[in-house]
Design a protein around this ligand. Sequence first.
Ligand SMILES: [Zn+2]
Ligand SMILES: [Zn+2]
Length: 287
Amino acid sequence: MNQFLTKYIELKQAFEITDCSPTSVRDLYDFREQLSHIDDLQAKMVLVDVLNLLWFKKSAYELYRSILDKKDPTTFKRLAKLKTDADNCGDFYAIPQKKTPEEEAQDRANLISLGLPFFKYHPNPLETHSFESSDTGVECACCGKTTKIYYEGPFYSIDDIDYLCPECIATGAAAKKFNGSFQDDCSIEEGVNESEKIDELIHRTPGYSGWQQEFWRSHCGDFCAYLGRVGAQELKALGVLDEVLDDPLLNFVKNEDIKTMVNGGCMQGYLFRCLHCGKHLLWVDFD
Ligand SMILES: [Zn+2]
Ligand SMILES: [Zn+2]
């Protein structure tokens, strides 16, 4: 057994024994980073395993396809399995890594370097898939400019709008031009009294797509930052599962259901974090 595989088995065991603990996930992310710089076939084969375990299904398939021995029929079965997973899941359900404040600052710098405005209530809309990118670019329905990053979430207006650029969301131009909103003002948690905050959330913040009507959590007198879709595994990887249990607002679901919820399953979790005290809060809905 080669050294890469030995290390992978060790990390996979830790991941399974600790039930997806933040440390075990971080170790796998670090190993992925390490392997990605090694120009060696055995290392790349193990990298496929790491990507697959972390649910980067599309990346695992693409890497495997690029390195497999095309004359060896024994590889085809695995290729077909990876392709099915990639077609069904892409990298959409990748297990998240708990980030340090430095890593979050780096994310923010990366988004700014892409020319994206900062949305405090939705800090990483690329990661949550509310924004998507297109190499050729699409035309923003509001300003008419070509944008490579465009909005994919809900926008409530009379007009049928295809694409909006991040800038037209941030400035409020899109909401104003189409008399629309990104979040239903009846589906926000009570406790925020300042109209400026409500206006920023509803008219100048990219929304997110839920199974049902999206609901925006609040805490400490302000709206929370939306972090993305989660199941129990994602909550464990981020180390916040216990924090989101016993929530009076979620009295329509049992703690046990949250502890077994699967990302992309019939009960879907949406994770928020308070901008002031840092507490994590959950919203859930059903398909
Ligand atoms: Zn625009
Ligand atoms: Zn708070």
